[in-house]
Every structure is written in structure tokens, then in C-alpha cells.
Design a protein around this ligand. Structure first.
Ligand SMILES: [Zn+2]
Length: 125
């Protein structure tokens, strides 16, 4: 079975925000090419602006998340990193990390962050 590679959540969201900016610029560029059709150019420009605005919102959201993230030093590469939730991966080496002693040594799984899993765990106790 292929091992899934997990990456840091903050990094993931940041990549998403960056790609939104590129999509926005791309859409506006297509709009520029379509300048012979004014309504199309106008629509594409508005769409592009919406994408760029969305990415600003996502960047703002990262800022909020970062304040809630726990700064730690990665035991694998010894660089400072931030983690979100009960399990996350190192920003630099993708080493799976956990804040929860109960989960130490268990195979890394993103399900540990879901509400459903927490509920299941509580009913087992
Ligand atoms: Zn690391």
C-alpha cells in the first residue's frame, strides 16, 4: 500500500491562497485577450478580482489560524514549526506530529482531527 504523505495544514492553506491569486491573475489575463468582446472582458475581470479577494480572505484566515497554532520544535529536523489540531505534519520535513499522548506511536491519520472521531473516542471510554 502506498503511504500517504501528509503536509502541514498552514502550508496547505497558504499554497491554496497563492494558487487563488494565480487563478485570479490568469482569468484577468484571459479577459485582456478577450477585449474585443466587452461583456466577456468585463465578466472575466470581475471574476479575477473575486479570486484575488478570496485569496485575501484566505490569507486573513491563515493569520487567525496561526494565532491558534502551537509553536513547537520538530523532533525530526529540529526546526521550529507550528501545528494545528491534535495531529499535524512538520512544515519543513512533513514529519507527523501529535499533541496528544494517547495518539503517540499510532499511525498518523487526519481523522484524529475530526469531531466524529472525538465523539467515537468518548463513547468508547
Ligand atoms: Zn521537521
Amino acid at each position: 500500500m502506498a503511504q500517504l504523505v501528509y503536509s502541514n495544514k498552514i502550508n496547505k492553506i497558504r499554497t491554496f491562497a497563492l494558487s487563488l491569486i494565480f487563478v485570479g491573475i490568469g482569468v484577468m489575463y484571459i479577459g485582456l485577450l478577450a477585449k474585443k468582446i466587452p461583456w466577456l472582458m468585463f465578466t472575466l475581470f470581475i471574476l479575477g478580482v473575486i479570486f484575488v479577494l478570496l485569496s485575501t480572505v484566505v490569507y486573513f484566515w491563515i493569520g487567525l489560524l496561526s494565532t491558534r497554532a502551537v509553536p513547537i520544535v520538530c523532533p525530526n529536523c529540529e526546526k521550529p514549526t507550528k501545528m494545528l489540531g491534535r495531529v499535524d505534519a512538520c512544515m519543513h520535513c512533513d514529519q507527523p506530529l501529535t499533541m496528544d499522548k494517547d495518539l503517540e506511536g499510532k499511525p498518523f491519520d487526519e481523522k484524529y482531527n475530526t469531531k466524529k472521531y472525538k465523539k467515537e473516542e468518548q463513547t468508547q471510554k
